[in-house]
Design a binder for this molecule. Structure first.
Ligand code: ADP
Ligand code: MG
Length: 391
């Protein structure tokens, strides 16, 4: 059983809360504040219940040392605005300045620590950083699902130093939605997997090939499957080394009675700046590159999604960043929105596509954790989740 934040007695207590405030910055400003907006209710709830909120997060790929361009300082005022309370930024991750800031804070105050990855101990899960972080608080909450697949100091090591490490509401919501997909999907269960590469998603594909009723393969990833079936793909993105793995996935599906749906027509061009042409999958020229699925494939996917009771989607169907090659991805987003099924989308680019299309509110769940959601569906125990389970 997952321990949950709402069961903690937080009044007057210092609560270390691991958030996902990993937002894109541009010229020192937050360019997309979605994650801050989503984290804010958790912070507000704790503050309103009289906690001293000690918020922490990583931002970007800081290399274990301070990098002013990746400071969380610009995030503090944005968080303050959404929480409706002052947020005191602490220019220190877990040392003396952080200790002093916490020591002088009062119930209802909100502090935001500096980027966890400014300390090399975060990614190495160093006992020293875990102890320092734990010394800042009486209670621990993790609401950062997107990093729960990483055994870092702030996600696992520090949690083990508290008696009742608990999941925040965002984490709990992710686990509920993805848990339903993984553990008891209402059938038919259709999984749509696309994106760039098979290698990123191998374990998840294997799991879905054994579990879904229909596995729909699209995007650059589908090219490797076409190749594995001996179909020419010109100069399209593919991973020939993974053709054997692709054949095994298709064999697993056949054994388990899982239907595999591959594109039957595709949109090709010589490069991304040229207009696309629709051709059948057997007719891709030697110099063609597949950049999207074609109209017949879109219709076939829409039909199978329409009949589904559960749909999981990860990975765009084409290079949707270019409007000329976005139709397949948009068609999938619309099919999910219209399906009436329990619909879950995960993955950075897929979620961006759903938001671009203005359809996020019509899906049952939009997962913020790309890698974490895939690992969860593959059946892996996420280290950052395991530590929140009641022992
Ligand atoms: P997600 O972030 O949703 O998990 P991925 O990171 O796996 O998705 O892949 C997203 C990328 O895949 C997009 O940037 C898109 O341009 C690219 N992509 C999709 N289809 C193709 C294709 N046919 N050829 C090249 N790139 C593709
Ligand atoms: Mg991605």
């Amino acid at each position: 059983m997952l321990r949950q934040m709402d069961r903690l007695e937080v009044a007057g207590k210092r609560v270390l809360v691991r958030l996902d405030l990993n937002v894109p910055l541009k010229e020192g400003k937050v360019r997309d504040d979605t994650r801050v907006r989503e984290a804010a209710p958790t912070v507000r709830a704790l503050a309103e219940r009289g906690a001293i909120v000690v918020a922490c997060s990583h931002l970007g790929r800081a290399k274990g040392k301070p990098d002013p361009a990746l400071s969380l300082a610009p995030v503090a005022p944005v968080l303050a605005q959404y929480v409706g309370r002052a947020v005191r930024f602490v220019p220190d991750t877990a040392d003396a300045t952080a200790r002093q800031a916490v020591a002088t804070a009062r119930p209802g105050d909100v502090l935001l620590l500096e980027n966890l990855r400014f300390d090399a101990g975060e990614e190495s899960n160093s006992p020293e950083l875990c102890r320092k972080l734990a010394a800042l608080a009486d209670l621990y909450v993790n609401d950062a699902f997107g990093t729960a697949h990483r055994a870092h100091a702030s996600t696992t090591g520090v949690a083990k130093l508290f008696a009742a490490p608990s999941a925040g509401p965002l984490m709990a919501r992710e686990l509920r939605a993805l848990g339903k997909v993984r553990d008891n999907p209402e059938r038919p269960f259709v999984a749509v997997v696309g994106g760039a590469k098979v290698s990123d998603k191998l374990a998840t594909l294997k799991a879905l090939a054994a579990k879904a009723d229909t596995l729909v393969l699209v995007g650059g990833m589908a090219n490797t499957f076409l190749l594995a079936k001996g179909i020419g793909i010109g100069t399209s993105l593919a991973e020939p080394d993974l053709a054997e793995a692709a054949r095994e996935i298709m064999a697993t599906a056949t054994e388990r009675g899982v239907a595999v749906l591959l594109p039957t027509d595709v949109v090709v061009a010589s490069d991304l700046e040229s207009p696309g042409r629709t051709v059948g999958v057997g007719e891709v020229g030697a110099n063609d590159r597949i950049f999207d699925i074609g109209p017949a494939s879109r219709a076939a996917i829409a039909a199978v999604v329409t009949g589904a009771r559960t749909v999981f989607w990860n990975g765009p169907a084409g290079v949707f960043e270019k409007p000329a090659f976005a139709e397949g991805t948009l068609a999938i987003a619309r099919a999910l929105a219209d399906s009436g099924a329990f619909s879950v989308v995960g993955g950075g680019e897929s979620v961006a596509a759903v938001q671009q299309a203005g359809l996020a509110a019509k899906l049952s769940h939009v997962s913020t954790g790309g890698g974490a959601s895939l690992e969860f569906l593959a059946g892996d125990v996420l280290p950052g989740v395991a530590v929140l389970e009641e022992r």
